[in-house]
Design a protein around this ligand. Structure first.
Ligand SMILES: [Zn+2]
Length: 81
């Protein structure tokens, strides 16, 4: 297992929604695998990051590491994931 992370981004006005999305995800991760939740700001956006133990999320098409990817599409081979 590795320490993985997932980002939740939005405007500063949506902090509450970002934290809600992050805590929903952290709940599915579970207490045994959750490491931490942090937040920061980047160019006008708020970012909440959930850190957790897990197996890397690999693209079934090309093996690209999709951890943290939320676009719904592999950036390497464009396969929907
Ligand atoms: Zn791929």
């Amino acid at each position: 297992m590795r320490v993985l992370f997932r980002h939740f981004r939005g405007t500063f006005r949506s902090w509450r929604n970002l934290f809600q999305e992050a805590t929903d995800f952290a709940t599915t991760v579970g207490p045994e695998r959750l490491v931490s939740i942090s937040h920061s700001a980047d160019r006008g956006e708020g970012i909440v990051t959930v850190w957790y133990w897990g197996e890397p999320d690999l693209c079934p098409g090309c093996g690209y590491n999709l951890t943290g990817n939320q676009s719904g599409r592999c950036p390497e081979c464009a396969m929907p994931v």
